[in-house]
Design a protein around this ligand. Structure first.
Ligand code: UT7
Length: 333
C-alpha cells in the first residue's frame, strides 16, 4: 500500500470564479414527514440534524434547477461569455439522454461548447471539479461551467422512513477557470472507488438486480448503517491522506466542506479527523441530503457572505453511491 505521506498531489491552479445556487420553493419539514411515516422530529434531528428539505414541483426537473442556478451565478458576477465546456453532475437527469448538460447548453444559448453529464452520485460535484481541472490543465478547455443538480424527491420512496427523511432537491453552478502561472490552488486530492459496496446504495436501471437484491421499483435504496460505517472509516482515512499530501495539520484547515449526508455522521468524521465543528460548512439542516448539490449549496453562501476568503485552505470531500469518494484541499483564490 502507498504511504499517504509519500503521495504527492497533482497540483494545479484552478479557480472557482463565481457560484450560484437554486432550491425549489416547496419545503418539506420533519413535522410533514411525521404525518406520513412512523417517525418524529426528535428522531430525525438527533440522528441526522436535518430540519427540512426542498421539493421540486412535478413539472420541475434537474435541468430547470441547474439553469436557475446558472442564472444566479450570472447575478453574482459570473460571465458565460468564454464558457467552452459544460459538465452537469447528476444522478437524476431529466432523461437518460439527451444529457442535462446539453439541455443547459441549449437554454443558455451557448455555442461551440462540449457538454457531458457526470454520474458520481454524492461525490458528483467533486468529481466534476476534478474533471474540469483536467480539461483546464491540459488546455482542452478554458472556462468550464460546472453544474450539479438533483431531483431526488422523484426517486424517493415516501413510504420508506429510512430514506425519505434524508433527501431533498436543489442545484448549484460554478464557473471554473485556471490562472496559468499562478501559485497552486489544488494542494491535495484523492479520488477513489469501492464498487464492491455498490449494493449498499443504489437505484436500479435497465438491470434490476444488484448484488443478489432484485429491485424493479426504480426508487433509491440505501443500507444506511453500512454506508455510515463505510464513510466513517474511509473518509476519515481520506482526510488523513489529504493532509499528508498537503503537509498540513487538521487545525490548519480553515473550512471543511464534506458532503452533507447526515450531520451526526459528518460531525463524527470531523471530530475523528481533529477538525472543529465551527470550521465546517454544511447544507443538511435546511436542504437535507441533496447529493451532488450538497457541497456547493454549503460553500456558495459562505463565499457570498465573505466567510471563505482568499488564501483560506478549504477541504472539500464528496462521497456516496458507487461507493465513490473525491476530496481536495484548495487554497482559495
Ligand atoms: O449520501 C450518500 C451517503 N449516505 C450516507 O452517508 C447515509 C449514511 N447513513 C445514515 O445517514 C443513517 O444510517 C440513517 C439516518 C439512514 C439511519 O440512522 P441510524 O442511526 O444508522 O439508524 P439505523 O439504520 O441503525 O436504524 C436504527 C433504528 C431502526 O429500528 P430498530 O430496527 O432498531 O427497531 C430503524 O428501523 O431506527 C429505525 N428508523 C427510524 N425510526 C424513526 C429508521 N428510520 C427511522 C425514522 N424514524 N425515520
Amino acid at each position: 500500500m502507498l504511504d499517504p505521506a509519500r503521495v504527492r498531489a497533482v497540483t494545479s491552479s484552478l479557480r472557482i470564479a463565481a457560484m450560484g445556487t437554486y432550491v425549489p420553493e416547496r419545503r418539506l419539514t420533519n413535522a410533514d414527514l411525521a404525518r406520513s411515516v412512523d417517525t418524529t422530529d426528535d428522531w430525525i434531528v438527533s440522528r441526522t440534524g436535518m430540519r427540512e428539505r426542498r421539493i421540486a414541483r412535478d413539472d420541475e426537473f434537474t435541468s430547470d434547477m441547474c439553469l436557475a442556478a446558472v442564472r444566479a451565478l450570472e447575478r453574482n458576477g459570473g460571465s458565460l461569455d468564454a464558457v467552452d465546456f459544460v459538465i452537469a453532475c447528476t444522478v437524476t437527469p431529466d432523461y437518460a439522454f439527451p444529457s442535462v448538460a446539453a439541455r443547459v447548453q441549449e437554454q443558455l444559448g451557448l455555442r461551440r461548447v462540449g457538454a457531458i453529464d457526470l454520474g458520481a452520485a454524492c461525490a458528483g460535484f467533486m468529481y466534476g471539479l476534478d474533471v474540469a481541472d483536467a480539461l483546464l490543465e491540459t488546455g482542452r478547455a478554458r472556462n468550464v461551467l460546472l453544474v450539479a443538480g438533483e431531483s431526488l424527491s422523484k426517486i424517493t420512496d415516501y413510504t420508506d422512513r429510512s430514506t425519505c427523511i434524508l433527501f431533498g432537491d436543489g442545484a448549484a453552478a460554478a464557473l471554473v477557470t485556471i490562472d496559468r502561472g499562478a501559485p497552486a490552488t489544488v494542494l491535495a486530492r484523492r479520488v477513489n472507488s469501492d464498487g464492491a459496496a455498490g449494493r449498499e446504495l443504489f437505484q436500479t436501471g435497465l438491470r434490476s438486480e444488484i448484488g443478489g437484491v432484485v429491485s424493479p421499483d426504480r426508487y433509491l435504496h440505501q443500507n444506511g448503517r453500512a454506508v455510515y460505517e463505510w464513510a466513517l472509516t474511509n473518509i476519515t482515512a481520506g482526510i488523513a491522506e489529504l493532509l499528508a499530501q498537503a503537509e498540513m495539520r487538521a487545525d490548519e484547515i480553515d473550512w471543511f466542506v464534506p458532503h452533507s449526508a447526515n450531520g451526526r455522521m459528518i460531525e463524527s468524521i470531523a471530530k475523528r479527523a481533529g477538525i472543529a465543528r465551527e470550521r465546517m460548512l454544511t447544507s443538511y439542516e435546511l436542504h437535507g441530503n441533496t447529493s451532488s448539490a450538497s457541497i456547493p449549496l454549503a460553500l456558495a453562501p459562505a463565499i457570498a457572505d465573505g466567510r471563505v476568503k482568499r488564501g483560506n485552505r478549504v477541504m472539500l470531500y464528496g462521497f456516496g453511491g458507487g461507493l465513490v469518494e473525491c476530496g481536495m484541499i484548495l487554497r482559495w483564490s
